[in-house]
Design a protein. Structure first.
Length: 178
């Protein structure tokens, strides 16, 4: 009787083989490269010494502000802080990430000195919310596909959901105006 068969993965254009088990982490590492280091005060929200994550959002976008309201209502720990990228607090961070604050094509989530944009930001935020940790399953969808879907919504967000004339900010009690 033959022994167990070891499955091997062959990289495109390569004659060498790699066991499938050791190729899997490489595939996930490639898919997870949606993070960027960012220069932020270590003690401010999103900094390496801060207990808070920062959501940098389009303050005039109705979808974005409703998304922040959704997060705030479910954030029992008080973990998240919010900054519209059009205002002084968010503008420098947006520019560091290559997001034009007056014509943003993404939002960002900054935590522990790392910034995440587009679909990765959405999934990282969801991971911090009670009852939404299951969204890690979406990491099985390649980043290219996730971001393509994100970009489709981002391009049409004003048309589909509306746009405000001014940035909307949370109230002092962290609730959001309607």
């Amino acid at each position: 009787m033959a022994g167990p068969v070891e499955r091997r993965w062959i990289a495109p254009g390569s004659t060498a083989t790699t066991p499938v088990a050791s190729a899997v982490p490489w595939v996930f590492a490639f898919a997870m490269q949606a993070e960027q280091s960012i220069v932020v005060d270590p003690k401010s929200p999103g900094g390496v010494d801060s207990p808070h994550g920062l959501i940098l959002f389009d303050g005039v976008c109705v979808l974005c502000s409703r998304g922040c309201s959704f997060v705030s209502k479910r954030d029992r720990r008080g973990y998240f802080r919010f900054a519209p990228m059009q205002l002084a607090e968010g503008r420098p961070l947006a520019e560091q990430l290559g997001i034009h604050p007056d014509r943003p094509d993404s939002f960002a989530f900054v935590a522990n000195g790392q910034a995440y944009v587009k679909s990765e930001a959405v999934l990282r935020i969801a991971r911090e919310l009670p009852h939404w940790q299951w969204t890690w399953l979406f990491h099985f969808i390649p980043l290219l596909i996730r971001d393509a879907i994100y970009e489709l919504v981002a391009r049409n967000r004003y048309r589909w959901f509306g746009r405000r004339d001014a940035c909307i900010l949370p109230n002092l009690d962290r609730s959001w105006p309607s």
